[in-house]
Write a protein that binds this ligand. Structure first.
Ligand code: ATP
Ligand code: MG
Length: 690
């Protein structure tokens, strides 16, 4: 048990009886404490299913489950390892009925919400709807009802948003649907207002562990407090210097409140960094230096000085990408870390990936864009999800609208508009309205035939889904059923290029496989033996889909270079990191000049959060770090002069900017040719991104 843990980590792992906070800098083994503590709790006799470990992303959850698996074997499968939102789904599925929520509730995605808000506010402008969404989400995550929001509204815009929030909430109830904020606020309500539910969950949760605690928001903290109750058996680990989600409502107050709310709190600090060389760590410590100190920390590494951090000035975006790729090729040729997965290119904003994708593709280097367009955002997958959501919850009107029109089946917008008016008048869901005796008074007879046929198809599929296991449903029935509704043909009809249609159909089949895997049943374990994994119903899987942003399972074993935003890189590590676009205006990020109207204190806080983001970026690197900035950068359609970010100066590197080394370019070219020769001999690797 003590293998691979230092004394402070052991202390945290062995503190089982009460509240514990591990507060430490990057790479000091906080996440490692959580995985080892799961094993320790099981060893001490706590049933695995009574342990909950809360991670920041689904990907982090999958990784933690795998690591816990190495320590405790199959018991790891029983531990609840998930995000706060996924935990919210569990609570609502088990006990949401007391709030009037059916077990088969739907979770709406951002697009559904935008179109619902457009409808509620009578606008066709998506930007306005998204602004409302942002405001309403802020209110909801602060725990306000529509009525309270109206009272708190400070101007006309907010009053309009509060009025729309009321209509929006009514629709959510009618559709038996929830949004992401509800996944925290409704469980909170459940635990706060229903003592018997609260007691049940407090009994159930023997110990709760929270990773990346610094990025929790106020409602998540309240939820945690209610989950652990008076016994306060929890372990939170975090780093105030890595708090990078303030813009989404995360608050460092949660760190400050912990010792006040739990006087018995044991605070443990970790000081040794096991990830990075001293040169990298020094740059990181220097950067974070100017930020106000909430909790002073020291961080050291005994991995040796290592290579100096490099700073590169690139002429423009294309040149920067070229140099990043040359660096990767040269390191790969000369370092012990030769796998593509050992490299990451990190940037501030999603759109910055493009130049690097082009350069990597040209060099024939496989890569993935992490946090880019999600598999689940692809139109064909959203179509299938709409169908599945409708089968599971007939009241899900947004899903109804998508399924009824995909593939086309003679139900047009006029018909849907008439059906909608009728359903609102009689307070019915669209699906229930289909079968109403009075419907013929509202809709033409030709449309009625098409609507009834659609209703029958849904009923038929639902019947079949209910009479098969989730696994079977996903394996055979999904593909059969897709034939029944003519989905494959629909893809070929709607795409000009057969190749594109085939790729989309192949995504559909991948999705069916993924569903089947998720529904449990017979699966192969690591050694290839067939074992029985936890069975899930179709409903359970459908509800989880809304929470997943990537097909994380598929990503794990890919030997590819990672392209990622700084935000999405949190908690991860790579031997070699290239941090790009480190310019004033990009990092720290500046949206527009209007920001300068903001009070100086707000602007200063923004820069502090950006500085933490830079700190997160630097501390992802284990062995080498290259930081580059643009002498000229694109701003809209223009090319404007660029200046290096203040954070580069703050790293206080005792070296000049590295000039482009012609030998490196030559080495990179040689590596590229060698790679091409090797690839044409073997199978050709292809980038995984679209
Ligand atoms: P971050 O702040 O970035 O989330 P962290 O504090 O969670 O980092 P980990 O990811 O847990 O740090 O650990 C960083 C690296 O150090 C990992 O590769 C981990 O395996 C290794 N590590 C942690 N503790 C030890 C230890 N006691 N001995 C050897 N290696 C360790
Ligand atoms: Mg971590």
């Amino acid at each position: 048990m003590s293998a691979g843990l230092n004394l402070a980590q052991l202390d945290a792992v062995n503190h089982l009886g009460g509240p514990c906070l591990v507060l430490a800098g990057a790479g000091s083994g906080k996440t490692r404490v959580i995985t080892h503590k799961i094993a320790r709790l099981i060893q001490a006799g706590l049933a695995a299913e009574r342990i909950a470990a809360i991670t920041f992303t689904n990907k982090a959850a999958a990784e933690m489950r795998e690591r816990a698996g190495h320590l405790v074997g199959r018991d790891a499968k029983k531990v609840v390892i998930c995000t706060f939102h996924a935990l919210g789904v569990r609570l609502l599925r088990e006990d949401g009925q007391v709030l009037g929520l059916k077990q088969q509730f739907s979770i709406l995605d951002t697009d559904d919400i935008t179109s619902m808000l457009k409808d509620c506010g009578g606008t066709t402008d998506a930007a306005t709807a998204r602004q409302w969404q942002w405001t309403i989400s802020g209110w909801k995550s602060a725990g306000l009802t529509a009525e309270q929001a109206m009272k708190e509204a400070r101007n006309e815009d907010e009053r309009v948003a509060a009025a729309i929030m009321e209509r929006y909430q009514e629709r959510l109830t009618a559709y038996q649907s929830v949004d992401f904020d509800d996944l925290i606020s409704l469980p909170l309500k459940l635990l706060r207002d229903y003592p018997e539910v609260r007691e049940k969950w407090q009994q159930k949760m023997g110990h709760v562990l929270v990773d990346e605690y610094q990025d929790t928001n106020a409602t998540q903290y309240e939820l945690l407090k209610l989950l652990v109750g008076e016994r306060a058996r929890f372990t939170a680990v975090g780093d105030d210097d890595q708090s990078i989600y303030g813009w989404r409502g995360a608050t460092l107050d949660n760190l400050k409140r912990l010792p006040q709310d739990f006087p018995a709190l044991r605070v443990i600090k970790l000081e040794q960094n096991y990830r990075s060389t001293s040169a990298i760590l020094r740059a990181a410590n220097n950067v974070i230096g100017p930020n106000p100190k909430l909790f002073p920390k020291t961080l050291w590494s005994d991995l040796g000085e290592g290579e100096p951090v490099r700073v590169v000035a690139a002429d423009n975006e294309d040149h920067e990408a070229e140099r990043a790729v040359a660096r990767i090729q040269s390191l790969r040729a000369n370092s012990t870390h030769k796998e593509w997965r050992d490299f990451a290119i990190l940037y501030r904003a999603n759109h910055m990936a493009r130049a690097f994708e082009t350069a990597l593709r040209r060099a024939n280097i496989p890569y993935k864009v992490s946090g880019g367009q999600s598999f689940f955002d692809k139109a064909e997958i959203r179509d299938l999800c709409a169908w599945l959501r409708l089968l599971v919850n007939n009241n899900d009107d947004p899903a109804f609208l998508r399924a009824a029109t995909t593939p086309k089946r003679g139900i047009g917008h006029t018909t849907l508009g008439q059906l909608g008016t009728f359903a609102t008048q009689y307070k019915l869901s669209l699906f229930d309205a289909l079968f109403s005796h009075s419907l013929p008074s509202a809709v033409s007879s030709r449309a009625i035939t098409a609507l009834h046929e659609f209703g029958r198809t849904v009923n038929d599929l639902e019947y079949r889904a209910r009479h098969t296991t989730g696994h079977e449903a996903a394996r055979t029935f999904l593909t059969d059923w897709l034939k029944d509704i003519g989905y494959e043909q629909f893809l070929y009809d709607s795409e000009e290029s057969e190749k594109v249609a085939a790729a989309r159909w192949s995504n559909v089949l991948d999705f069916c496989d993924w569903m089947a895997g998720r529904c449990g049943g017979q699966v192969a374990d690591e050694a290839g033996a067939q074992i029985e994994s936890e069975r899930k119903t179709l409903m359970e899987v459908v509800q989880t889909i809304a929470l997943i942003s990537t097909l994380s399972e598929r990503e794990q074993d890919q030997n590819v270079v990672t392209l990622s935003t700084l935000h999405a890189s949190k908690g991860l590590e790579w031997p070699h990191v290239v941090l790009v676009g480190v310019n004033e205006g990009l990092l720290p990020f500046k949206t527009d000049e209007a920001d300068s109207d903001l009070p100086a204190e707000v602007l200063a806080q923004r820069v502090q959060e950006e500085r933490r983001l830079m700190y997160v970026g630097i501390t992802r690197a284990q062995r080498t770090l290259m930081v580059s900035w643009l002498k000229r950068r694109k701003k809209g359609r223009e090319s404007v002069p660029g200046t290096p970010s203040r954070f580069i100066k703050e790293m206080a590197l005792d070296q000049a900017t590295v000039k482009e080394d012609p030998r490196e370019k030559l080495r990179a070219l040689r590596a590229e040719f060698a790679q091409r020769a090797q690839d044409s001999a073997a199978t050709k690797p292809s980038p995984t991104a679209p």
